[in-house]
Write a protein that binds this ligand. Structure first.
Ligand code: S3P
Length: 177
C-alpha cells in the first residue's frame, strides 16, 4: 500500500494542481485542507478571514488537520500557512510523507497573484508582504518536509511524476520515520 502524501509550500507553488495529478498517478483520494474548511463552514476563505480573522482561520485549519490523522490512501494539499503551528507540523508528519513544493519567489508571486482569493495578499504592497511571509516561512517548510522539489521550470504533470519518484526513494532509503 502506498503511503499518504502531504504537500506543503508557499502560495502559488501549485500544491493543489500537483496534488490532483499525484492522486491520479497513485489512485489515492485527493484532499485539500482549504477546501475541507470551506465546505465544513460553508464560507469562502476570504469570508472566513473577514468574519473571524487569521487566528480564527488558523483554529479551523488546526482542527481540520488534526481530524485527518489516521486517514489512509490520500494526497493532502495544505494551505501555505498550515506549517505555522507546531501541532500542525507534527500532524502533517503523522499523516504522510511531507513534500515541499518550492519555486523561485518571483514565479510564486506571479502565480499567487492570478487569484484574487488570497486574503493575506490584500495589502497596499502585496509584493512586499509576499516577500516578508516567504522569507519567514522558508525555514519552517525546510524543517517540516521529508522531500523538497523545485517546480520552477517543470510542468505540473512532470512535477507530480517526479514528486512520486522522490517520495518513494525517500521511503526506500529507510530515512522514513
Ligand atoms: C494561506 C494560504 C492559502 C490559504 C489562506 C492562508 C497562507 O492557501 O490557506 O489564504 O497563510 O499562506 P494557498 O497556499 O493554497 O494559497
Amino acid at each position: 500500500m502506498l503511503p499518504n502524501f502531504v504537500l506543503i509550500g508557499f502560495m502559488g507553488c501549485g500544491k493543489s494542481s500537483v496534488g490532483k495529478r499525484l492522486a491520479g498517478l497513485t489512485g489515492h483520494r485527493f484532499l485539500d485542507s482549504d477546501e475541507l474548511i470551506v465546505n465544513a463552514n460553508e464560507r469562502s476563505i476570504p469570508e472566513i478571514f473577514a468574519d473571524i480573522g487569521e487566528e480564527g482561520f488558523r483554529e479551523l485549519e488546526e482542527s481540520t488537520l488534526a481530524g485527518l490523522v489516521g486517514v489512509a490512501g490520500v494526497v493532502l494539499s495544505t494551505g501555505g500557512g498550515a506549517v505555522l503551528r507546531p501541532s500542525n507540523r507534527e500532524n502533517l508528519r503523522r499523516i504522510g510523507i511531507v513534500v515541499w513544493i518550492d519555486s523561485a519567489e518571483d514565479i510564486l508571486f506571479e502565480r499567487a497573484m492570478r487569484s484574487a482569493r488570497r486574503p493575506l495578499l490584500q495589502t497596499e504592497n502585496p509584493r512586499e508582504t509576499f516577500a516578508r511571509l516567504h522569507a519567514a516561512r522558508q525555514e519552517i517548510y525546510a524543517q517540516t518536509a521529508d522531500v523538497r522539489f523545485d517546480s520552477s521550470h517543470v510542468d505540473q504533470d512532470e512535477v507530480a511524476r517526479r514528486v512520486l519518484e522522490e517520495a518513494m526513494r525517500f521511503r526506500a532509503s529507510g530515512t522514513s520515520r
